[in-house]
Design a protein around this ligand. Structure first.
Ligand code: GTP
Ligand code: MG
Length: 194
């Protein structure tokens, strides 16, 4: 993917504030701190278009980004962040679910998993939920740089088994080395019909 231009469109909480656009949209979900925002930055070749942080709970709104005027990428807050203030957590779930359930131009959801962890309940629930709504998941396994090749292969097998998918369905990625960037783009473009 040749990214010529990438820009922040706006942040939103409620559907009335989502940008009005006919462009295909792809959203990014996953546990808090898994690397959603870092993945988007690598995809668009920008260090800091999307804010990242080593503290979980960095992304608190739905953030929309335009790529080449032909595609919208959407960064969502993470789930499963136990330390988030309860009031904030209460707002996040309906915010994410409303977006996923109502956004008409949503073509696919990139579900990001940490290569070092067996998927948590939140991940499994999210997959089931995407299935219910007929939203195709693109499953990316990130932070591959943290493990050796052998450990990566082993973990990929365990993760695939835990979510009942074939290991071929998992797209390996590292925001640090940028390995897997093309593979993620390919899956996104195919889903977006571009
Ligand atoms: P929230 O918005 O809080 O839900 O987090 P997020 O999922 O957007 O994660 P973010 O991209 O902010 O990254 C969280 C931390 O993980 C940061 O310290 C990143 O530098 C680090 N990180 C993300 N991706 C990778 C990766 O592929 N490899 C390594 N080594 N670190 C990564
Ligand atoms: Mg984030």
């Amino acid at each position: 993917m040749d990214v010529r231009q990438a820009e922040f469109i706006k942040s939103a909480v409620k559907p009335k504030d989502y940008p009005e656009t006919p462009l295909p949209e792809v959203a990014f979900v996953g546990r808090s701190n898994v690397g959603k925002s870092s993945l988007i930055n690598v995809l668009v070749n920008r260090k800091n278009l999307v804010r990242t942080s080593s503290t979980p709970g960095r992304t608190q709104l739905i953030n929309f980004f335009d790529v080449n005027g032909s595609l919208v990428l959407v960064d969502l807050p993470g789930y499963g962040y136990a330390k988030a203030p309860p009031e904030l957590r209460k707002q996040w779930q309906p915010m994410i679910e409303t977006y996923l359930a109502t956004r008409e131009n949503l073509r696919a959801v990139v579900l990001i998993l940490d290569i070092r962890r067996i998927p948590a309940d939140g991940d499994v629930q999210m997959l089931r939920w995407l299935d219910t709504y007929g939203i195709p998941p693109i499953i990316v396994v990130t932070k591959c740089d943290k493990l050796s090749k052998n450990e990566q292969a082993r973990q990929t097998g365990l993760i695939a088994a835990a979510i009942g998918r074939s290991r071929k369905e998992l797209v390996p990625f590292s925001a640090l080395s940028k390995a897997g960037r093309e593979g993620v783009w390919q899956a996104i473009m195919e889903s977006a019909g571009l």
